[in-house]
Each structure stands twice: as C-alpha cells, then as structure tokens.
Design a protein around this ligand. Sequence first.
Ligand code: ACM
Length: 777
Amino acid sequence: MNKHYSLQTKTLLTTLCALLLFTFGSKAQTTVDDPHYGIIPAPASITTGQGTFVFSQLTQIKADNVKDRNVLFLKDFLLNNRHFNNKLSKYNPKIKSSKGTTLIITSKGAATLPKEGYKLTITPRRITLVGKDAGLFYGIQSLMQLFPVETSGTEKLPCITIEDSPRFGYRGMMLDVSRHFFTVPQVKKVIELMAAYKLNNFHWHLVDGQGWRIEIKKYPKLTQVGGYRMQTMYGTNRDWPDSLSYGGYYTQDEIRDVVKFAAARYINVVPEIEMPAHSEAALRAYPELKCELPADSKVPAREVNNIYCPTPETFTFLENVLTEVMELFPSKYIHIGGDEANKEPWKASVFCQNLIKEKGLKDEHELQSYFIQTIEKFLNSKGRSIIGWDEILEGGLAPNATVMSWTGEEGGIAAARQKHNVIMTPQTTGNYFDHYQSGSPQEPVSFGRYAALDETYNYDPVSKELTPEEQKYVIGTQGNLWTEYVPTVAKLQYQIMPRLFALSEVAWSKPENKDYTNFSEVRLAKHFARLENLHYNYRVPTALTVIDTMVFGSKFTFAPKSVVPGAKIYITYNGRDPLDTDWEYSSPVTIIVPPNEKREFKTRVITPTGRRSIATRILMVNKGLMPSTDYSANKVGLTCKLIKSKFTTPDQLDYAAIAVKDSVVADKLSAEALKKDNPNFGMVFNGYISIPADGAYNFSQASYTDTEVQIDGEKITEAEPALPLAKGFHKIKVKYIYNVPAPIPGQYRIRQTPLRVFISAPGAVGKKEIDPATLFN
Ligand code: ACM
C-alpha cells in the first residue's frame, strides 16, 4: 500500500466512524438482553428474577375492587386485544391462591409508593401489581407492554420486579387544532397514545388566528365566523390558496367527551385560549374588540387584526369566554397564550396610551403584563392558575403564573429564578414536533429547522444553569405540535411518532436510565410493531443512521438494518431511490470502487403495512488526497470583486467583464454590508483556505442557486459536497449574487439568501461557517 492509499484509509476511518459502528453493530437484541425489557418510558428500576409467567385465559385476576376503572381497563385490553375473558374476583390476602396463575391488583402497600408510582412483581405463578389511581394505571400500561405484540393464546412474561415512578409531575403534549382541525376521534387517538406512554397533560391549543375551535354559547360567532376560513391551507403555507371553505369546531358536548376520555386515562386537558395576540379568528367574529386607530395610522391591518385592545369590553368578553371554558375543563391550569404579540397597534392606539398613563405603566410590555395579570386575577379568583408562553415575562410576570418556555431555555431559567413554576418545551431542543425529522429534502413539508429523534431524546429539561433549589421549579416538559404544515391525520401521526416515545422517556425516566442506543435500536422495535398493529402512521427510521453522505476509499461494506420488525430493506446501486421492485437486502454488501471512480449505495425501509422510510444515499469516491499548494505569502483575507449588475446565476459572473471594484481584500465571506447601497450585484472572492489536517472535508452553502464554491477548481454541489484535502493551503473561489425583490413577484428570479459557506472537518458532527482566520490571499 503506498502512502497515498494509507492516507485514504485514515480519511475513511475519520469520516466513516459512526457509520461503520452502526452498520456493524450487533443485531437487534431480544428483550432478555434489554435492561428495560422493552418498556418505554424506561422504568426507574427493574430487577430480574427466575423463570417466566405464562399468562393465559385461565389466569385469575384478583383485585381489591373488581369495578375499579383500572381493573376494567385491563379487562378490556385482555378481552379486545387478546380475546381472553379471565375470571375476575375480589382479592382477599387471607385466602391462599388456588392452583394456576394469578394476577393480583391491589392498593395495599401503595401508601409508601411515590406519587403516580407502582410496583409490579412477576413470579412464575403470580403477578402482583401494587399502586393506586394513576400509579395503578401506569403499572397496567407497563404490564401490557410486556405482552408480546401478536397474541398467541398464551403470553410469556419475564419474571421481574419493577419499581417505578415519574421524574416530573407534568408530562405534556400540545396539539394545535386551529391551523388545521382534527376531529374528536383523531384527537382521542393522540390521547390514547399519550396514556400508553405515561404522559398526563394534553395541552389543547383551541384558539389561534386561523380558527376558533371551541363552542362558546354566549358568543356563537366565535365558531360560526371564526371557525371557518376561505381556503384549505392557511396563509403562510407554501401551497397555493384554493377556493374551498375550511374549518370546524368542537361543540361543548364534544369537549366534555374528550375531557372525560382523557380523565379516564389520567390525562388532564389544559385548554389554551390565546390572548392578547394570535386572535384574528375571534376578532373576525367580534371586530369591535380590536384597537381603534387614528385614520392616518400606518400600522398594518394584519397587526391590528391580530391583537385585542385591552378595553373593559375585551376583558368582559374574555372573562365570559373563560367562564364557559372553566365549566368544561376541570384543569387547575388554564393556558392563556401570551406569545408573539406585536404591540404596534397598542403604540398607535389613543386608548392604550391613555391606559398606560392612567395605570402608571412604563410601556406596551407592561401593558401586556397588565393584561395578563387582569386575566390571572380573574382565573385565580375561580381557583384556577394560568400558564403562559415565556413572553409573559416581558413587563413583569403575573404573580402566580407558570411559564411555558418555548423560545429557548432562557425564559424557563429566568422564571425559575423568580420562583415561578416552569414547563420546558423549547423550540431549540427537539420539543417542537412540527419541525422536520431530518435534513433530507424527502421529508414531508414541515416547519423550520429539524429536530431528529436523538435530539428530542437527549434533552434534559432541568438546566445545569439552575441551582438545585431553582431546579425544583421545573415541573415538567412537553412536546408541541403546531399544525401549519399538518393538514392530515397521517401527517399528525408522522410528526409525533416516534418523537413522542422519546418525549415520554425525557418526562418520566431518570436520566441515568436513559440510553439512546438501547432505546432506538432495541426497545423501539416492539413499539413500532404496536403502531403497525394499530394502524398508526409514523416516521419509519432509515436503515442507515447516516442519511446522505459522501465518503472516500476503495472498498466499503454495508449492513443496513431496520428496527421495525418484519420490515424489508430495498437497495440500489444505480442512483435511484429504492422501490419495492428493487433488490431486497439480505446480507452485508461489499462494494469495490476502482481508482478515480464513484459508486452509489441507497437504501429504503418498507414496513409490513407498507410504510416507507425516506431513502438513504452514500456516495463512495475513490480519489486520492488533493495536494496542497505551495502558497506562503500569509496575507489574511480573500481578494474580492464587486460587480454591480443583475445576475440570475453565479455562473454569469464568469462573463461579467466590468468590476466596479477590482481585487480589494475582504476580511470575511460576507455580503451583508453591501446590500444597503447595492440593489443588484455579484461578488467573486479568490484566495486560499488553510486546511489543518489531511482528511475529507464537507462544504455547504446557505444557497446553491445564489452561491457557488470551488475548491482547487472543483465545484461543490449538494450531491457531491466533500473533497479529500491534504493539510496545507488550497485554492478557494466563491461567487455570490443578490437582487432586490421585483415589484411583481414571479417576474424576476429573486436571489436573496445570505452568503454563508460552511465547512465540516473530518468526523465532525455538524458544520461551522468558514473561519475568516483560515482565509488568505
Ligand atoms: C409558540 O411557538 N409561538 C408558542
């Protein structure tokens, strides 16, 4: 092996480390090897005993109270899911068990258990479940999870002892039914899933700009007018608007039904009635609650239509609405929103400005605080407490408010320091289930960034920045599903699963019992099988953890695998995304790449019910390290040309002869400073980039249509983003174009993304913008 190839081997190892470990990882283990016995969320403690318990139709169930709702819940599962009609009788500890197998369900001994805790002991002839109320329910959920997914008439259960209780008292999931409406049966399916995974608060986002979804008898127009809109997709969706009426709402009877259904599963329903903003639907129905602005006001109608004016009429309206809400929801918490209020209408409103003076408030933030505190006082007087999004911190927190931290963790941290209870649901930590689940363009259209399963799983709601005393104010965590990009129930289920499984473990399990490898490669198997069985949709994990990558070397072996039981993996070598007409993967695949050639390996998982993963792609290139140049001048910065003209592609810069400024030195790769004075321009940067060590480097750009990057004359593309570079200096050329928006959208291709070029070092996770200190000319 010559030097060149040994370097390639090193490159391969540094870039492929995670992939190789995964592809050669052990086969999915049986639950016997799994310290959590397949249970999600991982229980607090499990000890393994000897033997197995065989649960059958003949197993006798003995309970303190044969009519207890938890006992009947289990009975229903056994009857409808297993076709077992087990004998049920009253438990009397003085009577010795008869022959055969027995399941005892009792609250005797439960007094010493932690809140919501249970103890489940399985021996070869007897199962004993100790717990009360929610604890008993969760014990039953764990017991049900120990049953095989497919019934065989006799169910073998491991002899183990589980002692379990939750880490947090508030374990939530939010569903937005305003942007898109979901029916009562669809909502109940979410609640059932929450219950199976020991979540206990369903936060129902019933009201937002795009639809008012709860019947209020006193204000029928809220649903008659505010419950409907004239297009299926709502405004900011990327789809074109259509001409269909879209909407729906829940009657008060339906709301009561959902609340009862949830309560039967120990789930509290927290209603959210948004205020003061996100209120277009209510204000469409009752426009008199908007701020009246002077005739010459420049505040956009969109903002005026979004926010209530803090008039006595508005407070009377909201108190009447909340009175009906409190009659429907026994929840101690009422969520009053409070997020993203653009206060321009309040700034322009004479009424608001007078109110600010009259109440001695400093500004509109304090006016929002006054608004929220007025509502809090009303709700507190009825024995309820408010939850608000973290913007309710602005202008001063209402005295008894619980803060739901969403913009990041900072709001929650600040509130805990003010001794307020906090529910952590940051959009930055994998708790926003409307985000994409991977960076692949094959994912269905979703919102903003991506939150992969491991990010959701690895989040710890208790920030290390808090002292132990402050940490006590973090009462729990929540996943949020906003539905701007969730028009169907299939999409709803796709977005929340499997992330809801991860959330449940964050909310319930002790950090020391969490283990992502065990969760994602072992335990999820049974839970995906359950979803298949129950015909839930979910995001099927890919067969390789790396979804899209480029690697360098001459020989590769792949052993893709799926955690979904019975799933098939289809593969291609021809660059096409695999279909079920392609080769089915059966044993490890070795691919030899001849020198200076490329090969492509793609996989896709298809489950027994036909659900598909997105396709993964690995591009293999057998190419030696690109040698460095002998540049030695060490002058920092890149030379840069600015060309003031309209371009529609970076390529056109190659033919633009006239540079307004030729070869000035730019200290960084940026065009921001030029945008103010130059409506249309192109830039060409030239110079050298210092590469710190031999290896395969990935490059990427904020845009591939506005920016072109070349390293040593090779163009970086989305399909081929990496190059094997020797340590030292390499030529870099970057072309960038920018245009002002055209007055008529669509008439001219607008190029307006920022100039940003990223690099990721061999083996690095994530990418970084190119460090200006590594650029020379
Ligand atoms: C939020 O995501 N606006 C609470």
